[in-house]
Design a protein around this ligand. Structure first.
Ligand code: ZN
Length: 464
């Protein structure tokens, strides 16, 4: 199967935004020519040519940094790998073949860029380590997965696997022996008749990763009690980092619990009363942008795009602006409190999984959720006025009160009196950099600010 079907006029796959013929094609053609010369022109089959072309492609794409092995070295080693495979085939040497597969599985674990080449077996209802009714059942499931991935359904997996191989050639270090193993495996992947060899190797590596990671997690859970959560999290993070497939599995499996909690948030069944300081920059930005944001939201023909556009400024303060550092612990604290207080056991279980997901797993889903919670907490401060902070003896009746220097200074003093020095500094800074400027808009667009915040809060409730 020809894996990279790139037309001369298509966008270059290196991501430069230029046309292939004006970008990487020259380098790809050159690498391909040099590899086939090193292999020995005329000494390879049509299938061999596919492998060479794929390799030339991986070599020729423009990349930043890294150290791609020279095409001559790759061609030479490819030739050696093929000679060895011919011998295995000629002697029908099953032992040598499985040794080669084992050597490839070692690479899949040791080379950093190859760690993402795994098969999400749980998506095929396969659970390793689980007791199946008969011994054959697991084998049957494995066969089904392989059959599926050998066919058209496996195209995405193949493209990803090739990309990772290219990245690994570029950034990981290889001895000649290791490279030869990798090239043999690349050949398995590219050629239709041998693709199952590649898939079996990856599947067995996936299985061992999932089982080892689960075992390690059990050990850690037993080692640490309730009191040393920090150490526990640290060790957990290192396991998830070393076994990304386990991370991905946990994240996928948390989906139902995440949806359940997010629904509860949208319906106001969970109390997310984060402290004011943890969303103060966001409040200022929402006030400053409310007029144009609600316009963007209302005038957009496509509501989700409109919402995204309207919310973009809030993201700016969350990550680049550093509000995340204050917001994240606050929101975790609220969820944790809810977890302890709720009588609803379903919600409790889901919250448990949700917190685990937020704290430990590294996923883009996680970032999207934090952004969403941030906006929601900002809206609560602006859409549900008046807001009382009895402990600080403060009241916010209108949006402009958040931009009132006296009130904010009083709030900062209150934080200071509670030994929350960092928070007090953060509040004063937020006021100086954003709050003061937002004052005028807070007066001019008071209704728009409140309506916009309410609109966002209600929009979620309607969706459910
Ligand atoms: Zn390019």
């Amino acid at each position: 199967m020809k894996i990279f079907q790139i037309e001369r006029n298509s966008d270059c796959p290196c991501g430069s935004g230029r046309k292939y013929k004006r970008c990487c094609q020259g380098r790809v053609d050159d690498a391909t020519r040099r590899i086939s010369q090193a292999v020995g022109v005329g000494s390879f089959t049509a299938e061999g040519l596919e492998v060479i072309e794929t390799l030339g492609f991986l070599c020729g794409l423009q990349a930043e940094g890294g150290h791609m092995p020279a095409p001559e070295r790759l061609g030479q080693l490819l030739q050696e790998a093929w000679d060895e495979e011919d011998e295995i085939q000629y002697n029908q040497d099953e032992g040598a073949l499985s040794a080669l597969s084992m050597a490839f599985q070692v690479l899949l674990g040791e080379k950093h860029q190859l760690r993402s080449i795994r098969i999400p077996v749980w998506q095929f209802e396969l659970e390793f380590g689980q007791e199946y009714e008969s011994e054959d059942e697991e084998i049957e499931l494995i066969k089904e997965i392989i059959d599926y991935l050998v066919g058209p359904g496996g195209r995405e997996f193949m493209t990803e696997a090739l990309k990772c191989t290219g990245m690994s050639l570029l950034y990981d270090d290889y001895t000649d022996g290791e490279l030869k193993t990798l090239l043999a495996a690349l050949g398995w992947l590219v050629v239709d008749d041998t693709r199952d060899l590649f898939l079996f190797s990856v599947l067995y590596k996936t299985r061992s990763d999932l089982m080892v990671a689960a075992q390690k997690v059990t050990e850690i859970m037993e080692k640490y009690g309730e009191d040393d959560q920090e150490e526990l999290y640290q060790e957990m993070r290192s396991i998830l980092f070393n076994y990304p497939v386990y991370d991905q599995m946990l994240s996928d499996k948390a989906d139902d619990d995440i949806n359940f909690v997010m629904e509860a948030v949208a319906n106001d069944e969970l109390n997310l009363d984060v402290s004011l300081f943890s969303v103060l920059q966001g409040i200022y930005v929402m006030i400053s942008k409310a007029a144009e944001s609600s316009e963007a939201l209302l005038s957009s023909e496509d509501p989700p795009t409109g919402t995204l556009k309207a919310l973009a400024p809030m993201e700016e303060v969350l990550f680049p602006g550093g509000e995340y550092r204050f917001f994240f612990p606050e929101v975790l604290g609220c969820l944790d409190r809810e977890l302890r207080e709720t009588d609803n056991s379903e919600l409790r279980d889901s919250l448990n999984e949700f917190l685990f997901f937020l704290i430990l797993l590294s996923d883009t889903k996680q970032i999207a959720i934090i952004k969403y919670l941030h906006v929601r907490c900002i809206c609560a401060y602006l859409g549900r006025l008046p807001v009382f902070l009895p402990e600080a003896d403060l009241e916010f009746k209108v949006p402009a009160d958040y931009c009132d220097q006296n009130i904010i200074e009083k709030y900062a003093c209150y934080l200071g009196s509670r030994d929350m020095t960092e928070e007090a500094v953060y509040v004063r800074n937020a006021f100086e950099t954003l709050g003061e400027q937002a004052q005028q808009e807070a007066f001019l667009y008071e209704d728009e600010v409140i309506d916009f915040a309410r609109l966002l809060l209600e929009e979620d409730e309607e969706e459910e």
